[in-house]
Write a protein that binds this ligand. Sequence first.
Ligand code: FAD
Length: 528
Amino acid sequence: MTELSVGPGLDVEEAREDFLRRAESIVGAENVIRPETTEGYRDPYPLQPGRSPWPGVRPADTAEVQALVRLANETGTPMWTFSRGKNLGYGGPEPRDRSTVALDLGRMNRILEVDDRLCYAVVEPGVTFFDLYEYIQERGLKVWLSVPALGWGSVLGNALDRGYGMTPLGDHSKQICGMEVVLPDGELLRTGMGAMSGTGLGPIFQGGFGPTLDGLFTQSNLGVVTSIGLWLMPWPEVYVNGDVTVEREEDLPKLIDILTQLRREDVIQNNALCGNVVRAVTMNGPRSRWYQGEGSIPPERLEEIRQELGIGQWNAKFGIYGDKGLAERRLEIIRERFADLEGFTVNARLYEGAEGARVAYADIADQDRTQMAGVPTLKPLGTINYMAENGGHIDAAPILPARGEEVWDFYQEVKDLYTEYGFDLYIGYHLYPRHMVHVTMIYFENDNEEMLGRARDLYERLLDAARRRGYAPYRSHIDYMDRISDGFDFNDHAVRRFQERLKDAVDPAGILAPGKQGVWPARYRGGR
Ligand SMILES: Cc1cc2nc3c(=O)[nH]c(=O)nc-3n(C[C@H](O)[C@H](O)[C@H](O)COP(=O)(O)OP(=O)(O)OC[C@H]3O[C@@H](n4cnc5c(N)ncnc54)[C@H](O)[C@@H]3O)c2cc1C
């Protein structure tokens, strides 16, 4: 946690109190959250125990956001923006600086449009994946959305933090098409084609006229996004969910190379997932059910568990969507690619029915299958209690090139580190055409100082190991944003210096999300 002052001669607490008092006349007293009387905001899985909750404000609409931004400028009180604040593993709703107030956009929860002809939605920040899914179901609209593992988060917030799901449109930030943004001085901006008044092109064409601005507001502290256009996919005639199980650990490179080649050829249409035995154990936890000893679960015990669960050393899942004839041909090609490999097994299930893949939902019990079908759930939340009832986690998820031998090499180093620190190595790789997200989780018991100390040390070693090879995470817990940003060091951190110039130009008072992704406003930078 960074503890920088708001500026020379300014009392942090007084400025914030002034802000909160005056905010009551903007959002109503009941929407000014004070930890003394209500719950307040905090990271549910803090990496350092003993953090106190934060105050916040809950605007109902864009005009209230604008008024709050202007008030923040007047009082010098920074705000930390989030939409639902379910960014678990990354700090949740927690800001980076003590003087900050949470800007909680959860009340702005209107679904402004869903078009099932051109397949897009326009949503406000508070709309959850459950909300959008139910809206589509109730109206019988012929579109699928893409969901992350937990459905209670914000469609908009998840996309802005570059979250992902597992349908063909699973790379969520790439589906954003047009934004409405409150700038740090309170002005309202629309990006892309939506910058013209009286047009319906905003959520339809990603470009605009001149430099594209949408990217400036992802993982950013340059504005408060009050709505986005988001592309959806047409409801497919069939949905095929396939598994590839691999018997030998050392066959990982072959698996990665074949799956990503199939993805590059668009035979597999989603970003496949590849998990190890520990991942399966976390879904059948708690850990104590399988192993009660100290340190990482030993390989012999893991092998027994694997046999008991009837799974492979590697268990990959992929999806195929659309026309039945095409889907069957795609599946045939996938089977052919693995046919001659010993220890590889391909299984698949095709969902169809009178109403297309819709009927499949009732019988989808497996959480990965559900996610690949764009159905929101909270089931994976159970994995958090793997180590203890009061569990938490952080994930170390660097981006790697999708080359089997490089992945294998890094995997070996990571495995040794997990053993050194006594954690079980959870692997859940997400495979894209050219890169992969090397997702590893560290599960811990909240408030257990000894375990948290080991988790932090392991996490830092993982970051270092990745950076040495030229890899870095695509997203970060608030406590590590500076450290990861430090790694982007080409030409004396030219990227960060440019990000800071932008920040200072559009937010000279430094009132929006100071320190987000390692970008601090000028008045904070002395402490670096
Ligand atoms: C078991 C488990 C599984 C998970 N699986 C996945 C997964 O499959 N995929 C995945 O992506 N994540 C996953 N997560 C992480 C996380 O839960 C989700 O990404 C979640 O959707 C993020 O919370 P949110 O949607 O409420 O976003 P928010 O917390 O609202 O927003 C995230 C961040 O985006 C920025 N932001 C949000 N709204 C705005 C705005 N209006 N203007 C400007 N900036 C804004 C802020 O910096 C904010 O911190 C998982 C977590 C757990 C615990």
